[in-house]
Write a protein that binds this ligand. Structure first.
Ligand code: GDP
Length: 535
């Protein structure tokens, strides 16, 4: 398509710019310290001078819990998407993975747009449910993961025990690059395994600036730290014996994870994390299209939409589509083609959005995220491109839903609008739509990763399609893929229900794992597959 007055940068620049990009997301459970870490990272990158300026705790909570209210009041979407900052010669894109009450399918979809992930663990809690779910998606997509064990300044678990947990629960080989000196709560610093030196930290008030640190050689560390140092060295010997040495190939193959210990609130260990990302995390690579042909980074502009945010106020219906650039140079004002519809889309209004901050974006390279405003025609999974060759990337998969609700029109005279609305929301990926012959076509079931998706869907049916709905939450908590729908009666007889997703997948839903267990015992012939990412 045409480019409005733009000059495409020479390919050499595109490749150089792509090579500088590190695009990643933090996967964690609420309260592990993701917001704090984000602030600490940005502080090192000198985007801001003081922790808290990007999105202080108060602002963050606002985005999370008052999302609907703010959408209504302001008629625009303010949900965060990506933070971009420079660090040395690198350009770091940190994509937000919404958690807390706005954990949703979007959170998983973000992982389709990153090249690596940082798994943030609370030292006292280790692997927690939301972290495990997000890790599953990373594993499925082969995304390399760096592990940051946070809150080491507080009493917590034993470092070796945390490492063992990674192997035992998720089969991920830990490769610690630093090792804590002083148990959790008496944090003295870390051993840098690259050179055996001791990095001692000292507190600064409230983590407002990066923690002061000094490097000591092992002899001095032993003299000054005594038993704490000796213990750390002994633990390191144990680790070396169990195969915990760093192996770049295993990291890139996502079978092993570099591990760092630190404290986001004290801003200790954070610089090491940034250095690691810049030195070792994967750069953008050519993305395969639907025919598995990779589109070179220096091919003309292409991107795919991984998240669409709709304003909640019908009078100011604003829709922002977030797209990750896959190839070429994006320049504001370009007219791009939507590969799904073949229609042009003008990109006059393009933004970078993170937290409550928005700024206009003029140019973007592979790995960057662009926020396209007024994007009513764009859907999750759409490919955008400019200039030949045309390209279409594979659509984004559906993810394992965890919440279910039967939906029906509150006003039967609006049934037609109801059906239309359901179809539209399903196509947009706002919620998954499940159906069964038993429930009938007019009474589908919403399935979602997080319950906020129900609220958004119900609100939009009411506001946009003038079809208010009744939602009845269904008591199912366990979901499996049922390859053979002939087994449906057996599922029904064991307190379950079989529903079919728009993509044709049959899902068997159970109220609890006991019901699933009983079915498996009584009928071992029934194939029930766990759902992760993918169709
Ligand atoms: P999020 O929910 O993952 O974004 O977590 P937050 O960044 O909001 O942190 C949750 C709580 O843990 C807050 O009270 C933070 O101050 C605290 N916190 C975060 N990092 C650390 C840390 O390294 N040490 C300690 N002691 N507290 C931390």
């Amino acid at each position: 398509m045409t480019t409005a007055g733009s000059v495409t940068a020479p390919p050499a620049d595109v490749l150089r710019e792509a090579d500088r990009r590190r695009t990643f997301a933090v996967i964690s459970h609420p309260d592990a310290g993701k917001s704090t870490l984000t602030e600490a990272l940005a502080l090192h990158a000198r985007v801001i001078s003081e922790a808290g300026a990007v999105h202080g705790k108060a602002g963050r909570r606002g985005v999370v819990s008052d999302w609907m209210e703010m959408e209504k009041a302001r008629g625009i979407s303010i949900t965060s998407a990506a933070l971009q900052f420079a660090y040395g010669d690198a350009v770091v894109n940190l994509l937000d993975t919404p958690g807390h009450s706005d954990f949703s399918e979007d959170t998983y979809r973000v992982l389709a747009a990153v090249d690596s992930a940082v798994m943030l663990l609370d030292a006292a809690k280790g692997l927690e449910p939301q972290t495990l779910k997000l890790f599953d998606v990373c594993r499925h997509r082969g995304i390399p993961v760096i592990t940051f064990v946070n809150k080491w300044d507080r009493p917590g678990r034993d470092a070796l025990e945390l490492c063992d947990e990674l192997v035992e629960r998720i089969g991920l080989q830990p490769m610690p690059l630093t090792w804590p000196v002083g148990e959790a709560g008496h944090f003295r610093g870390v051993v840098d395994r690259r050179d055996g030196q001791f990095i001692r930290y000292s507190r600064t008030a409230g983590g407002a600036t990066a923690a002061a640190q000094e490097r000591l050689d092992p002899a001095r560390a032993e003299a000054e730290e005594g038993a704490e140092w000796t213990r750390a060295v002994e633990e390191l010997d144990l680790l070396a014996a169990s195969g915990g040495d760093f192996d770049l190939d295993r990291f890139l193959a996502a079978s092993a994870t570099p591990v760092l210990f630190g404290s986001a609130v004290l801003n200790f260990g954070v610089r090491h994390l940034l250095d690691l990302l810049v030195d070792l995390a994967p750069r953008p690579t050519p993305r395969p299209d639907v025919d598995a042909r990779p589109r070179g980074l220096d091919a003309p502009f292409s991107a795919f939409v991984f998240k669409v945010q709709t304003g909640m106020d019908p009078s100011h219906r604003d829709q922002v589509a977030f797209a990750r650039v896959c190839s070429g140079v994006f320049e504001r004002g370009m007219v791009v083609t939507n590969a799904t519809t073949g229609k042009p889309f003008a990109t006059k209004y393009v933004q970078q959005v993170f937290g409550q901050q928005r700024s206009t974006l003029d140019v973007a390279y592979p790995g960057d995220v662009i926020g396209l405003v007024n994007a009513h025609s764009l859907r999750v999974g759409d490919t955008l491109y400019t200039d030949k060759p045309a390209v279409r990337f594979p659509g984004l998969p559906s993810f394992a839903p965890a919440h279910f609700a039967a939906v029906r029109p509150a006003d039967l005279s609006r049934s037609k609008q109801f059906r239309k609305g359901i179809e539209q929301l399903g196509a947009e990926g706002v919620v998954q739509i499940l159906r069964s012959a038993r429930r009938g076509d007019g009474a589908p079931v919403f399935a979602a990763v997080g319950p906020m998706q129900f609220e958004v869907a119900a609100h939009r049916l009411d506001a946009e399609f003038k079809s208010p709905v009744r939602l009845d939450r269904l008591p199912y908590t366990v979901v499996r893929r049922l390859p053979d729908p002939a087994h449906q009666p057996l599922v029904d007889n064991n307190r379950g229900e079989v529903l079919t997703r728009a993509d044709g997948t049959h899902l068997a839903l159970f109220p609890d794992s006991t019901a699933l267990g009983v079915l498996k015992r009584l009928h071992p012939e029934v194939v029930l597959e766990p759902l992760v990412a993918g169709t």
